[in-house]
Design a protein. Structure first.
Lengths: 114, 111
């Protein structure tokens, strides 16, 4: 398997549920990212990890909790979400953290909050 | 002022047409410019990557950067229905290592 793989592809959850999104990259990259994509808005960067260490938290509410156990895996733990959190959540990776490093994306998890 | 501006479209063209997609940006320190293509129900796919000013060609696609005008373009020659997708520009450089994305332009190529 190659590229960036995200599971599940679709998730419907209630506001009181707890769930996790998973991302795995097979590109040998050292940086991983979570983005939120909402209709008619630019991609919003949420978190950045470089060599398993979190280097960026873009003022994301605490109901989103990331975890990066190694350079190949990234999780986003979700709890007590709000309806406005419904969106496409994209994971990306890049060779390193520099600004000249193009990012490669997975196909996302479509999240719907009831 | 937004850091990156992109017309959301939709843009509808007949098959075989030349398509021009554009973004403007505000920070002159930006120096890395990318175009991503995103099909429905898929993630963004890196299409073109350029550094500084000038042109870069890859098959039917040409990316153009004009740093003096803070303007970037993606041209698609002989457009095909399979080119129908949302095209996102992304820019980085300067004091931040983040990618700044445009809102995306939805393109429909009619057979």
């Amino acid at each position: 398997e190659t590229g960036v793989t995200q599971t599940p592809r679709h998730l419907v959850m209630g506001m009181t549920n707890k769930k996790s999104l998973k991302c795995e990259q097979h590109l040998g990259h050292n940086a991983m990212y979570w983005y939120k994509q909402s209709a008619k808005k630019p991609l919003e960067l949420m978190f950045v990890y470089n060599f398993k260490e979190q280097t960026e938290n873009n003022s994301v509410p605490s109901r989103f909790s990331p975890e990066c156990p190694n350079s190949s895996h990234l999780f986003l733990h979700l709890h007590t979400l709000q309806p406005e959190d419904s969106a496409l959540y994209l994971c990306a990776s890049s060779p390193g953290p520099g600004d000249n490093q193009p990012q490669h994306f997975g196909d996302g998890t479509r999240l719907s909050i009831l | 002022q937004k850091e990156v501006e992109q017309d959301p479209g939709p843009l509808s063209v007949p098959e075989g047409a030349i398509v021009s997609l554009n973004c403007t940006y505000s920070n002159s320190a930006f120096q890395y410019f990318m175009w991503y293509r995103q099909y429905s129900r898929k993630g963004p796919e890196l299409l073109m990557y350029t550094y500084s000013s000038g042109n870069k060609e890859d098959g039917r696609f040409t990316a153009q950067v004009d740093k003096s005008s803070k303007y970037i373009s993606l041209f698609i020659r002989d457009s095909q229905p399979s080119d129908s997708a949302t095209y996102l520009c992304a820019i980085s450089g300067g004091a931040t290592n983040k990618l700044i994305f445009g809102t995306g332009t939805l393109l429909a190529v009619q057979p």
